[in-house]
Write a protein that binds this ligand. Structure first.
Ligand SMILES: Cc1cc2nc3c(=O)[nH]c(=O)nc-3n(C[C@H](O)[C@H](O)[C@H](O)COP(=O)(O)OP(=O)(O)OC[C@H]3O[C@@H](n4cnc5c(N)ncnc54)[C@H](O)[C@@H]3O)c2cc1C
Length: 809
């Protein structure tokens, strides 16, 4: 309530996917530790729960979505403060700060937060603490963590609160040889630690150093820069499990792990995996227990049949990775985030033979609205699949045609549809096994709030079922088990890890001092919770603590690669099957959750339909062969789209820039233009239609090649500029931005004289920025603008919706 306490402030969030909300909740949580009271609300509650006119101190956390737009929940708020009728001193009484979340892969980085920041200031609001803009591309935490740390003293100062009230900081002293020589302060770990400590190293000095620190870190310190090579292999193995495998052959090691897996499997009552018709072992017990018992120094990998198998994960101890750190981090003291209070409680109920049927009838994620959804979830049928790249191309690109006649969905070119996918069954099994939950996973459960929780406003996540469900159900359908664990989760894991080396490394990864390692090896390597748990075998967290920290599983959007009038009742989508290989930090190789699944589905169907079709799909010389699939069903919904649409007026020229699968929406644009062109009374009014496409190789991944030919023949596509980043012919452009430069005069004429609309779409990391930069160069060279003026020109194009981006990573 406004004014109920001198230490109160208003905390607002505008969230699209839940990230801004989670950060705001963290700020809220930590406020009380600083003697502050945060009145937390979603921006959508404007005028219902809060009113800026009455507020003295406001903190906002908001993301940006689409092409620099506010999240849906913030639209009303942003519209209100943008009203031109508001007086300049409207918010003169108000002091504020804003934390923006964005992604520099998009040229309109953090646009929404910047717009709100500017507008609040224009209306007389004063910043009591500098606004922060966090970049998802390098890791939000790089800005978010220090920004939050600085926020509390600033709030205390501004609100006149007692600055001495602050949480007891959770610090870890620098490792010393004393504290580390016997490894863990916890029980049950001295064996592995003493194995490290008594490693057969070449000097006493080395022994003491090896045993110092938290083992792994200190060991690396020794071997990192030109020190004795002789201990390196041993050290690397020690890092895995305190055991040298140097004297074992690869086969022996594999056999050992397999034997042990089998034992573990039997002991835990696990069975054979008959899913693929072959008996293969599931590690239904504690996979990492089996790993450490074998002392093989091996990690686990999931093979294509999804079974955790032993796999060599070679760790070069001179290189930092998820489990290995180097000085100064490995030698220094650490500042840890405060542990979030536990709040979820699971009640296990008696087995219910009807549970499966009940679960099948539960609504998807408790009917909780999906971010950006523009329709209800409905079931589409995959009617055909085409492989658009040859078998030897670097990426496998598929084009699926979906029948959406019964979905109640409409779409226009430029729109995208979301595919709703569940977590991979094998990964869920592996996680269940690793958490030791095989016996509980399929019991009916209820989740409630711990009565004595210290968490403020604790609530069961709204996307969890309200009634009875199972752990397997929730791990499969509700939470993102692949997202890189957040620091708050790593901090929780620290407290459930017994081995001192592992504990220290987890502490480093969530510490202030280890921010760089976190960004590089957790986020940068895209490691999953399972990777972390496999890397730290003595970590045994309760599942409740895990569920408190996992984000909601999100659907995957795909641009419509077709026009509804051209293909009535259907939508096409084109995508690359994502391959994420194993690495020193990623214990498990995997494929994209959604694209891997869609690939499996189409493969399975083709195989069922006969090898002829499957071969045609696999060995394409003509990349446009299509396989009819019948009627596999996948859940989808349409997404909101504000601006990324071709102009209705066909006389307006358009320039489409779409490398790789970024070309997908432009197929829909061209189909629509082709249809409308035929209706033109005066065909000469048809605007120039340019497409700048890019791929690697003319023969292997030239997507939609024959479609482009057809569009050119019909005059729909007036200018087509392909670029080939590898193996192009002499004179070919390498990238789409080179095509822009090579046709600078034409591009300038179109933009400046003909007021063309430019569309940029794609998944290339820096593509959008490079295209923007190339256009700025064109403006400088052709119009004589200064770099600043060229930037301003581009900004004006954006404001007038003549430069539109749809970029994903
Ligand atoms: C509006 C919109 C439209 C889109 N349209 C399309 C489209 O038309 N076509 C299309 O293909 N995609 C499109 N995407 C992207 C698509 O939604 C998915 O993100 C993509 O297909 C991957 O999903 P997935 O579930 O298969 O992979 P996930 O399981 O989500 O894995 C992808 C993650 O793995 C990471 N990754 C990939 N390779 C590696 C590697 N080697 N090492 C480490 N990490 C790696 C990626 O950075 C990413 O974080 C669109 C996205 C948006 C937001």
């Amino acid at each position: 309530m406004p004014g109920c306490s001198g230490n109160r402030y208003l905390l607002l969030y505008g969230s699209q996917t839940g990230q801004a909300k989670a950060i705001a909740e963290e700020i809220c949580e930590r406020s009380s530790q600083h003697g502050l009271f945060a009145d937390l609300h979603c921006l959508s509650m404007t005028d219902k729960k809060f009113s800026l006119e009455k507020e003295k101190c406001v903190v906002l956390v908001t993301s940006t979505t689409g092409d620099g737009e506010p999240p849906e929940t913030a639209l009303k708020f942003v519209r209100r403060i943008k009203k031109k009728t508001l007086p300049d001193d409207y918010l003169a009484h108000m002091n504020y700060t804003i934390l923006g979340l964005g992604d520099t892969n998009y040229t309109n980085f953090c646009n929404n937060a910047k717009v709100v920041d500017r507008r609040l200031h224009e209306l007389g609001g004063q910043r009591f603490y500098p606004s922060g803009f966090a970049d998802e591309a390098v890791g939000l935490e790089v800005v978010v963590d220090p920004w939050i740390d600085g926020l509390f003293p600033a709030l205390q100062k501004f609100l006149g609160a007692d600055p001495s009230i602050s949480p007891k900081s959770d610090t870890v002293p620098a490792p010393t040889s004393d504290t580390n020589s016997c490894a863990s302060p916890d029980s049950g770990v001295s064996e592995s630690a003493s194995t490290n400590g008594s490693a057969d190293v070449s000097s006493e000095k080395e022994v003491s150093k090896t045993a110092s620190g938290s083992g792994s870190q200190a060991t690396v310190r020794l071997t990192g820069k030109g020190s004795s090579n002789s201990i390196e292999p041993r050290t690397a193995e020690n890092l895995m499990n305190g055991f040298s495998s140097a004297d074992k052959t690869e086969t022996e090691l594999n056999d050992a792990v397999n034997r042990n897996s089998a034992d573990t499997n039997r002991q835990s009552g696990g069975g054979e995996d008959k899913m693929d018709g072959k008996p293969s072992l599931y590690l239904n017990g504690d996979v990492n227990k089996s790993m450490s018992e074998n002392k093989t120094g091996r990690g686990f990998a999931s093979s294509s049949d999804g079974v955790l198998r032993n796999a060599a994960v070679s760790v070069d101890s001179s290189e930092p990775c998820l489990r290995v750190s180097l000085p100064p981090l490995s030698e220094g003291g650490l500042t840890l985030p405060v542990v979030t209070p536990a709040y979820l409680a699971i009640s296990y109920l008696s087995p219910d033979k009807d549970l499966g049927a009940k679960l099948a009838s539960l609504p998807w994620q408790n009917n909780c609205k999906l971010p950006s959804a523009a329709s209800d979830i409905a079931v589409a049928k995959i009617v055909s699949a085409q492989r658009l790249t040859t078998k030897d191309a670097s990426k496998k690109t598929l084009l699926l045609r979906l029948n959406i006649e019964k979905c109640g969905m409409n779409y226009r070119p430029g729109d995208s549809i979301s595919v709703i996918c569940t977590n991979h069954e094998d990964e869920v099994n592996q996680l269940i096994a690793r958490l030791g939950l095989e016996l509980q996973a399929d019991l009916p459960i209820q989740i409630s709030i711990m009565p004595d929780t210290k968490k403020k406003r604790a609530a069961v996540p709204p996307h969890f079922p309200e009634e009875i469900f199972s752990l397997r159900h929730i791990l499969k359908t509700c939470v993102d088990i692949r997202e890189p664990p957040k620091k708050a989760l790593l901090r929780v894991l620290v407290d459930f890890t017994s081995d001192a080396h592992e504990k220290r490394r987890l502490q480093e990864l969530c510490s202030k001092e280890g921010a760089g390692d976190y960004t590089a090896f957790v986020r940068g390597e895209n490691v999953s919770l399972l990777d972390v748990l496999c890397t730290f075998p003595t970590c045994h967290p309760p599942v409740e603590r895990i569920l408190e920290h996992l984000s909601r599983l999100q659907p995957r959007p795909y641009s419509a690669c077709s026009c509804l009038e051209f293909n009535p009742g259907h939508v096409d989508i084109a995508f690359n099957v994502v391959d994420i290989p194993q690495s020193s930090s990623r214990v498990l190789p995997r494929r994209g959750l959604c694209t891997g699944w869609l690939d499996d589905v189409t493969q399975a169907l083709q195989n069922r339909q006969g090898s002829g079709d499957a071969e045609a799909m696999e060995g394409l010389s003509d990349q446009m062969q299509s396989i009819s699939l019948g009627d596999v069903e996948i859940p989808v919904c349409s997404r909101t789209n504000q601006n990324f649409r071709p102009p209705n007026d066909l006389s307006i020229p358009i320039i489409m820039v779409g490398p790789g699968t970024g070309v997908a929406p432009f197929i829909g644009f061209l189909q629509e233009r082709q249809l409308r062109k035929k209706e033109l009374v005066d065909p000469s009014t048809y605007g120039e239609t340019w497409l700048l496409f890019g791929c690697r190789n003319r023969e292997k991944d030239f997507l939609f090649r024959s479609a482009f030919d057809e569009f050119q023949k019909s005059g729909t596509l007036t200018h087509f500029l392909p670029a080939f980043s590898r193996d192009g012919y002499e004179g070919d452009a390498k990238y789409v931005q080179d095509s822009i430069r090579s046709r600078a005069a034409d591009i300038f004429r179109l933009i400046d004289e003909k007021e063309a609309v430019v569309f940029v779409c794609g998944d290339a990391k820096n593509m959008a920025k490079d295209v923007n930069a190339a256009l700025e160069e064109v403006l400088q060279s052709q119009k004589g603008l200064t770099p600043e003026d060229a930037k301003a020109y581009m900004m004006t194009m954006r404001i007038h919706r003549r430069y539109l981006e749809d970029v994903w990573t």
